[in-house]
Design a protein around this ligand. Structure first.
Ligand SMILES: Nc1nc2c(c(=O)[nH]1)N[C@H]1C(S)=C(S)[C@@H](COP(=O)(O)OP(=O)(O)OC[C@H]3O[C@@H](n4cnc5c(N)ncnc54)[C@H](O)[C@@H]3O)O[C@H]1N2
Ligand code: MOO
Length: 405
């Protein structure tokens, strides 16, 4: 089987999955990171009334002649409006957010007046409407506030609260099963026998899935025994929407996962022209999608970020238009090794320097070494057919804020 270019692999997967249809109603406190299942339109006006943007004095702009003294007719505090009519050539003491009294149109900041007996003396001529927030200037009734498919941020939740909404309808969470395989693996916290290493992939993958608000079904650390792996695959296909495994997808003697998958389900494709991450497998087990990630820790992370992330976001209900990762242009500070044939996702650190982004590789670039990846803040994404990069050449980077870190 030949290697599939990265974008083709993403396109093939996206052409097959569609958003989970089930939805649920959640209170705002539980909705952070969830994906909206319908458009949200405002039923209210925000702000609901003309109000003051400053602490100061409300008046009529036509009566505000510098040097004149205006007597105080009363007080308007936030939450406690001034009731009644304001006599001609009077003003009202007002605080930020208080209702603008009937008939008044302008607010003068308190720093721009002098106290004068029972009133104030104006030091400047305000513009009509100065420091007044008009009713509806933020949101009008019927206005689209948030669109279906939007993943809710902290600010989005605040926006919903500001229009009086206490609940939202969101897509249900993706149920994602995860397991690790390998007789050489030991759970963290245990002593490490000779020839073994700790199972870090399951920890990383679970955390990355939580970043996308998935409900994780941890099927544990499995030995290289076909029967154990078969049971886990069957459980995942019964209970989960996706199964994400690491290791066992290459050509080694104990690489059972891919073998079992072709027996129990369908392999869509295997091998992507990506470094790290070549032995990635995609397929299905009935209604459960399967992603077989390479065992090397950095390869598992990179394939999760670049290949699996868009597919999970689509499944969660995000629109196609939101899924494409947005590379930035940067200048490489160093020469980079690269051979044509696979798109390379080197781990880099970028910063702003002399008005442009500059990037350099960090740590050892081996796909078995997590320490370099932990210091990086971006992938240096080198195109499939590109060769070595000289210092000073333009490259594309994918900042980790777009990734599942
Ligand atoms: N003859 C070939 N050998 C290899 C090829 C190839 O094309 N031909 N590809 C290499 C590449 S690239 C990768 S990546 C790995 C992927 O192999 P597998 O996905 O089958 O994974 P394993 O061989 O079982 O393990 C690879 C490596 O990762 C460690 N590992 C596995 N699971 C975990 C875990 N949960 N936590 C931490 N580390 C893990 C494992 O011990 C190995 O060191 O194959 C190359 N070989
Ligand atoms: O491509 Mo493997 O996934 O580099 O080490």
């Amino acid at each position: 089987m030949s290697m599939m270019p990265v974008q083709d692999a993403i396109d093939v997967m996206l052409s097959q999955v569609s958003p989970l249809v089930a939805t649920e109603h959640l209170g705002l406190a539980a909705a952070l990171g969830r994906v909206l299942a319908s458009d949200i339109r405002a039923e209210v006006t925000v702000p609901a009334f003309d109000n003051s943007a400053m602490d100061g004095y409300a008046l009529r702009a036509v009566e505000a002649v510098p040097g004149n003294t205006l007597p105080l007719a009363g007080t308007a505090l936030a939450g406690h409006a001034f009731e009644g009519a304001v006599p001609a050539n009077n003003c009202v003491r007002i605080t930020t957010g208080a209702v603008l009294p009937e008939g008044l149109d302008t607010v003068v900041m308190q720093e721009q007046v002098e106290q004068a007996g029972q009133g104030i003396r104006l030091l400047h001529a305000p513009k009509p409407g100065e420091h007044v927030r008009k009713a509806g200037e933020d949101i009008a009734p019927g206005q689209l506030v948030l669109s279906k498919g939007q993943r809710l941020s902290a600010v989005d939740l605040g926006l919903l609260a500001s229009i009086g909404q206490a609940e939202v309808t969101v897509h249900r969470q993706i149920k994602a099963a995860v397991f690790s395989t390998g007789d050489e693996l030991i759970a963290p916290g245990q002593p490490l026998p000779a020839g073994h290493l700790y199972d870090s992939n399951r920890v990383v993958l679970t955390a990355m899935l939580k970043r996308l608000d998935c409900d994780v079904l941890d099927l544990g650390l499995l030995p290289d025994k076909p029967e154990a792996i078969r049971q886990a695959i069957l459980q995942a296909s019964d209970e989960a929407d996706v199964l994400i495994t690491s290791a066992g997808v290459s050509v080694g003697d104990a690489d059972y996962t891919r073998q079992l998958l072709s027996e129990l389900g369908d392999i869509g494709f295997w091998k992507v022209a990506m470094k790290p991450g070549k032995p990635f497998a995609f397929g299905s087990l009935g209604t459960c999608w399967f992603f077989g990630l390479p065992g090397n820790p950095v390869a598992a992370v990179a394939t999760m970020d670049v290949l699996v992330q868009p597919v999970l976001r689509r499944l969660a209900g995000e629109p196609m238009a939101m899924l494409r990762q947005q590379p930035l242009a940067a200048v490489s500070a160093e020469t980079l090794r690269k051979t044509p044939g696979r798109a390379d996702f080197q781990r880099g650190f970028y910063q702003q320097l002399d008005g442009q982004l500059q990037v350099k590789p960090v740590g050892r670039q081996s796909s078995a070494v997590l320490s370099g990846a932990a210091k990086a803040n971006c992938y240096i994404a080198l195109e499939q057919e590109r060769g070595p990069v000289a210092a000073g050449e333009k490259v594309h980077i994918l900042p980790f804020y777009q990734m599942l870190r």
